[in-house]
Design a protein around this ligand. Structure first.
Ligand code: A3P
Length: 297
């Protein structure tokens, strides 16, 4: 029986959130990071799962354990993640999954805006990787995802959704504030590696090299080639340990988590008028000239 109800959005310290990401707030804020932890952060739908898998392959032995257990989402608190396991009163909490990880180093993922990150990550000077994706493809991907995810509010129709996104009225709040906030943090936190989804698409091998450089890893050429092959969209889409097909919280009939994996899919969704309004709004909010996405997206 489906006992999960779609959550409401509410204002949480100035950011739109749902209770699935705030129920465990005290434990999240008091989470004890370790100096060798690697944290992946992104606004939703920027390629966080892609990056999680890349890092997992770079740092750990390959296993059949689902990626969401190997690289836990810090803020999630839900009744069971695994298909076939009864939804229970015992919540699955990202902080506990992270605390119980046996792998080294621990890789943890999150969508928290910079001001919400538990302070121990800063105190321990952890390596943090932030991945950003252009706003238009992000909103399209988020819209489709919200159709399928039982722990997101119903998205409604496309034009209303687009408006809500521009106003930051989606889970994890404003894309603009999230991306700007982390970009600014990069200026005074050297252990932050800022990446772009579009860069990963353009040349996955080059971006893996940069990641290895940042993390001090030196995989062999064969290993790198194997990893680059394993993380291609079509390969990941078929891999049940990473494509979330074993997660209970999705309506897979609506769309798939590994949906398109393309740059520029927004062109199939935005009308000319929506594009113009979006661009005008974007210019108001993205004033930092040093933060540039690939031209034309
Ligand atoms: P689309 O919905 O545009 O296809 P996240 O993991 O942050 O939720 O991001 C999900 C988005 O990343 C989805 O975008 C998904 O298809 C895309 N993605 C995941 N793995 C990918 C890969 N190997 N190559 C390209 N895109 C990938």
């Amino acid at each position: 029986m489906d006992v999960i109800s779609r959550p409401e959005l509410f204002d949480f310290h100035g950011v739109c959130m749902t209770h699935f990401f705030t129920d465990n707030w005290e434990k999240i804020q008091n989470f004890q990071a370790r100096p060798d932890d690697i944290l992946i952060d992104s606004y939703p739908k920027a390629g966080c799962t892609w990056l999680s898998y890349i890092l997992d392959l770079l740092c750990h032995e390959q296993t059949s354990i689902p990626l969401f257990q190997r690289v836990p989402n810090l803020e999630i608190a839900v009744p069971s993640l695994q298909k076939g396991v009864e939804l229970s009163q015992v919540m699955v909490k990202g902080t506990e999954v992270a605390d119980n990880l046996q792998t080294f180093p621990r890789i943890i993922r999150t969508h928290l805006p910079v001001q919400f990150l538990p302070k121990s990550f800063w105190e321990q000077n952890c390596k943090i990787i932030y991945v950003a994706r252009n706003a238009k493809d992000s909103v399209v991907s988020y819209f489709h995802y919200d159709h399928m995810s039982k722990i997101q509010p119903e998205p409604g129709d496309w034009s209303t959704y687009l408006q809500r996104f521009m106003e930051g009225k989606v889970a994890f709040g404003s894309w603009y504030k999230h991306v700007n906030g982390w970009w600014e943090k990069k200026q005074n936190y050297p252990n932050l590696h800022f990446m772009f989804y579009e860069g990963l698409i353009e040349d996955t091998g080059r971006e893996i090299d940069k990641l290895c450089c940042f993390l001090g890893l030196s995989p062999s050429a064969e290993e790198k080639e194997r990893i680059t092959g394993s993380v291609q969209f079509d390969v990941m889409k078929k891999n049940n340990t990473v494509n979330l097909s074993t997660v209970s919280l999705m309506y897979f009939k609506r769309t798939s988590f590994m949906r398109k994996g393309k740059v520029g899919d927004w062109r199939n969704h935005f009308t000319v008028a929506q594009d113009e309004t979006f661009d005008a709004n974007y210019k108001q909010k993205m004033k930092n000239p040093t933060l540039q996405f690939r031209p034309g997206v």
